[in-house]
Design a protein around this ligand. Structure first.
Ligand code: 13P
Length: 336
């Protein structure tokens, strides 16, 4: 394994306060978002949407890498350029989602286990040829009555660590994503406890499976109350809980932590990230940045609505949101 090459990729991804754009929604998820916005759920619409994203002028100023879905990495832009090549030309490193989705875990009602380890080594070789230099695997941990269980956390962290080791062997930087879901009415304290447990068990597994921490990216949730919680915490409280939890659980050798947005409103996600970088400036051992999907894309998707005539306006919104998040990753977002 070439550790230096992995480290170089990570340094390029996050150079000058940039973050990642997750545009790797599975066909089902993408179709759900299209349906909600009144957009036809066709392969051509998904291609056009991703075309609108990657051709956004100036996107590379805030986005160092974009995560693609299998369908997209095999498609071409309107100009006839493969998506990965179009990203490279735009100064953005292409990445790829390699898990096969979270499925109900047998014997564990309410919990899910992510699949996709079979054949992963061969798939990575193919993705590498198509231009991918980093990958993503998402595990989901649900909070509910009686869960998460240790069995579910064990199974998901086993898969995450196995995937990460296979990626590093292939020279591909793994994004390790253990997402504690926001669904539910749990408090911020409960989210803290679960996130801490998951991260500590995850880093134990990563150690056992010989994953090189310097050559990986962690993509966690922020520590935040559930979407149906009675009380909503203020920005500084979320920032403090998240940073405290990460400091207690994530080794300093990990170069970068890039958050998912998890259903937070775009502005909320930006403000939380900004508060962490502003309030804890000089006290964080890792780069703290973003790898948002919804929080960057949603406003643009709602304006685009599948019409060519809306592309320019949608791209402006996408550019702006990405710029705000890049400012937040330096603690310089002022709300203007
Ligand atoms: P959200 O930012 O919409 O949570 O998506 C991030 C992601 O890539 C989930 O895997």
């Amino acid at each position: 394994m070439n550790k230096e090459a992995l480290k170089n990729t990570i340094a390029q991804l996050f150079a000058s306060g940039k973050g990642l754009l997750a545009m790797d929604e599975s066909t089902d998820t993408c179709n759900k978002r299209f349906a909600a916005a009144g957009i036809p759920q066709t392969i051509e619409m998904r291609r056009s949407y991703r075309d609108m994203i990657v051709t956004t002028p100036g996107l590379h100023e805030s986005i160092g890498g974009a995560i693609l879905f299998d369908e997209t990495i095999r498609q071409q832009t309107k100009a006839g350029v493969p998506f990965a090549d179009a990203l490279i030309k735009a100064g953005i490193i292409p990445g790829i989602k390699v898990d096969m989705g979270a499925k109900p875990m047998a014997g564990f009602p309410g919990e899910k286990l992510t699949e996709g380890l079979d054949g992963l080594r061969d798939r990575l070789e193919e993705y590498k040829k198509l231009g991918a230099r980093f990958a993503k695997w998402r595990a989901v941990i649900s909070i509910g009555d009686g869960y998460p269980t240790i069995g579910n956390i064990e199974a998901n962290t086993h898969a995450l660590a196995s995937y990460a080791a296979i990626c590093q062997e292939a020279g591909i930087v793994p994004i390790v994503e253990p997402e504690v879901l926001m669904n539910g009415n749990h408090t911020i304290q409960r989210c803290f406890e679960v996130t801490e447990k998951v991260l500590k068990l995850l880093f134990y597994k990563l150690f056992v499976y010989r994953v090189v921490l310097e050559g990986m990216i962690l993509k966690p949730n922020m520590v935040i109350a559930g979407t149906e919680a009675e009380e909503k915490d203020n920005t500084d409280t979320v920032a403090e809980a998240t940073v405290t939890c990460l400091l207690q659980s994530v080794p300093a050798a990990v170069p970068a932590i890039a958050f998912l947005s998890g259903g937070q409103a775009p502005q909320e996600a930006t403000e939380h990230l900004n508060a962490m970088n502003k309030n804890y400036k000089g006290q964080l051992p890792w780069t703290l940045t973003f790898s948002f999907a919804r929080a960057v894309q949603q406003p643009a998707l709602e304006i685009w609505k599948g019409a060519d005539s809306n592309i320019e306006e949608a791209q402006k919104l996408l550019y702006q949101r990405a710029r705000m998040d890049a400012l937040a990753s330096r603690g310089e977002f002022t709300g203007d």
